[in-house]
Design a protein around this ligand. Structure first.
Ligand code: ASP
Length: 436
């Protein structure tokens, strides 16, 4: 039994962990009531968080070492320009599809219709949410501040704070510096190469704990919330899950993997299964990053230079699930409050949702806390926005899990595309690597 468990591929173990976690959580919630919730909170949550901390621990060393050695592996700093433009272009394109898909599904499903009264009753959680909103609001800066903040005045501080974009910038510059230094740079080049392999091995070790970590996280979320999560906001949840599925199947699957890459879809999904499981249960693209990079490199054949640069950037700025969600929440609010939206309003929501998804951090709840900015675009007052957010807040985890899984799938699909264009995709690995 134990032997066959160990022999099973990781993604299967992760999904078994996920399913067991849901069953255990629901058992605790419905079987033991208050005691069950307490067990979920006191016993399962700490284990889940320990796993999240373990993978988070790897994020900074992984980005720094993989990126520096990736730039060195490119051999020519000029390649960075085309890589950057292609990456950002693809991120924009998929986000464009995502936003309009979310708006279309939200218009057809009308998740907020008849919710006016229900939302009005959300006063209970308003207090808890206002503080968080104030912090999120303060973090929402103008474009110039945002860009300025990427340049780290103190790289050590950026590393300590885990400022992903600053670390990316600094690592690229160090990589370029090493290339330009020629022979003198060789010892550092070897150091980073070796360091990146070591960090990758540590990632693999920690990933073996993923099935248990995922089980604990799911048992905690389901144990505390039960299925109430779904019934209270059934339509909002269905609309979001549907739009995310459509984005994953048609935009990433149909458009990117089948049409642009011309590669087998099943391989793609098998290849990203570990990352999907971890993204879904942790609700954080940043925490999932080590797994995302490992899947892209080892299961799909994306070269280190591309995986190490495109994916950390994606975890921070490419959030299609979040963009879908912001559009749907805006429509939810308009429908609940009885606001009529014009086509211009739709365009404003699309624009704001895109910008906000770029600015949102890859951490749990980021999308919801930044929704206020999008809502005010369509004439929702700040008080009403707080009410809407407070209403969704207690149930947001299930939505967050789905949008994070979508965000991560998009990052990997684009990493494969850019890798192909840059001649850095090993299609043999993509097609034949046995992950079943
Ligand atoms: N939790 C999401 C992520 O990490 C961001 C969001 O809240 O939408 O990708």
């Amino acid at each position: 039994m134990l032997k066959s468990w160990r022999a099973m591929t990781l993604w299967k173990r992760v999904f078994i962990g996920l399913a067991l976690g849901v069953v255990i959580g629901l058992g605790l919630h419905y079987g033991l009531g208050e005691l069950g919730k307490k067990i979920a909170e006191d016993w399962f949550k700490p284990f889940g968080q320990a796993f999240v901390n373990l993978i988070k621990m790897l994020v900074v060393p992984l980005i720094a070492t993989t990126l520096v050695s990736g730039v060195i592996a490119m051999g020519d700093p000029k390649r960075l320009g085309s890589l950057g433009i292609r990456t950002i272009g693809m991120y924009m394109l998929t986000t464009f599809f995502a936003v309009w898909l979310g708006l279309a599904v939200g218009t057809i499903f009308q998740p907020g219709a008849g919710m006016g009264e229900v939302v009005g009753g959300a006063t209970g959680s308003v207090g808890a949410v206002t503080d968080k909103l104030a912090t999120a609001g303060a973090a929402q800066k103008g474009l110039a501040d945002y860009l300025l903040a990427i340049i780290p005045s103190n790289p050590i501080k950026a590393l300590a704070n885990g400022d992903v974009l600053s670390i990316i910038l600094f690592s690229i510059l160090v990589g370029v510096g090493i290339l330009l230094a020629g022979d003198k740079g060789r010892p550092l080049a070897e150091f980073f190469d070796s360091a990146s392999e070591v960090v990758m091995k540590v990632t693999m070790m920690i990933m073996n704990l993923a099935p248990y970590g995922v089980l604990a996280l799911m048992a905690w979320v389901m144990g505390v919330n039960g299925l109430g999560i779904l019934s209270a906001m059934g339509k909002l949840a269905i609309a979001l899950y549907l739009a995310c599925f459509l984005q994953i199947i048609f935009v990433y699957g149909g458009l990117i993997v089948r049409t642009i890459l011309r590669l087998p879809l099943t391989r793609f999904f098998y290849g990203i299964a570990d990352a999907l499981g971890v993204a879904y249960s942790t609700a954080s693209s940043n925490a999932t990053l080590p797994v995302t990079i490992s899947c892209a490199r080892h299961n799909l054949g994306v070269e280190k230079s591309v995986a190490g640069s495109v994916l950390p950037m994606g975890a921070t700025i490419n959030m299609d699930g979040t963009a879908i969600y912001l559009g749907i929440v805006a429509l939810f609010a308009a429908q609940a409050l009885g606001l009529e939206l014009t086509f211009i309003d739709y365009c404003m929501v699309a624009l704001m949702a895109t910008l906000t998804s770029i600015g949102a951090a890859g951490i749990p709840s980021a999308g919801l806390l930044l929704a206020a900015g999008v809502l005010t675009q369509i004439g929702v007052t700040p008080e009403q926005a707080t009410l809407i957010i407070a209403f969704i807040f207690p149930f947001d985890r299930l939505l967050d899990m789905m949008r994070t899984a979508t965000n991560v799938t998009g990052d990997i699909a684009i990493a494969c595309t850019v890798a192909k264009w840059e001649g850095a995709l090993d299609e043999e690995v993509f097609k034949t690597k046995s992950v079943v």
